[in-house]
Design a protein around this ligand. Structure first.
Ligand code: GLY
Length: 253
């Protein structure tokens, strides 16, 4: 059964880590409502929501994607690049251990799940402010027995690799070419985000449904032209925390 792990929003979300954005005040009540709408949309897409333990003391705890990466054969628990985020992983590992065998990134490796893009048996990992080459080597060693290839790609102009690129279908990517070099993906088809929507490459597609922030109407139009029924949700408060749609769940298909 497809499952989405999520976590409740911390009342300290306004103190979250920021890398490329200036701090703007976050309305916590509004953020909680938006997170609830996000979970309802994932349910509409066929996922059962399973919430991991609350972590009210961890400002970024809702951005659970960064704590683990799930493959059919195993899950890899990360060691997040921001020190304040390292305590987020333990409670996620407890839940994920019920679904998969676990491997864990260790010192001196650091890696955020938002830097990991899986395309079949090819895994691309952003070398970013959060993710380093030691962690990529460990990741590669964990996956080698299962036939995956792992490649590090530079990410300098946005927080994570998946801030700049989204998997729409197995063979179709949506890319912001200002932030990621599309020639890194020669065996895939791609389209570019609309220039007025640089954060548009952060949508979630499943079957004929696409989840898209309502702030990105051009991206939504593009998805409709590709044949998707688009579910629009307001993510204004999460965007202030430098988070995209994928950041707030771990999807187990
Ligand atoms: N606020 C999201 C992050 O920086 O990890």
């Amino acid at each position: 059964m497809p499952t989405a792990l999520t976590r409740a929003i911390s009342p300290l979300l306004g103190e979250c880590e920021l890398t490329h954005l200036h701090r703007a005040e976050i309305d916590i009540k509004k953020a909680q409502k938006q997170h609830g709408d996000y979970e309802k949309a994932l349910e509409k897409m066929g996922y059962t929501i399973r919430r991991v333990a609350d972590a009210p003391h961890l400002p970024d705890g809702v951005f659970i994607e960064d704590t683990a990466v799930v493959f059919p054969e195993l899950s890899i628990i990360t060691r997040p690049g921001a020190e304040s985020r390292r305590p987020e992983t333990e409670s996620v590992a407890v839940v994920l251990s019920k679904y998969r065998n676990l491997k864990t990134i260790t010192y001196p490796g650091t890696l955020d799940g938002g830097d990991v893009l899986t395309l079949g048996n090819q895994v691309f990992i952003g070398i970013s402010k959060r993710t380093n080459s030691e962690a990529i080597q460990q990741f590669s060693d964990f996956l080698k027995p299962y036939g995956y290839s792992v490649k590090g790609v530079p990410v300098t102009k946005c927080l994570h690799l998946k801030t700049a690129i989204a998997v729409i279908e197995d063979d179709l990517l949506l890319i912001n070419p200002e932030w990621i070099d599309e020639s890194l993906f020669p065996s895939h088809q791609y389209d570019f985000v609309h220039t007025t929507e640089p954060y548009g490459a952060n949508v979630i597609c499943k079957d004929n449904l696409a989840l898209c922030p309502k702030a990105f109407p051009k991206t939504a139009d593009w998805l409709r032209k590709k044949g998707y029924d688009v579910i629009l949700i307001d993510q204004s408060e999460m965007a202030k925390a430098e988070a995209g749609l994928t950041c707030s769940s771990i999807l187990i298909d």
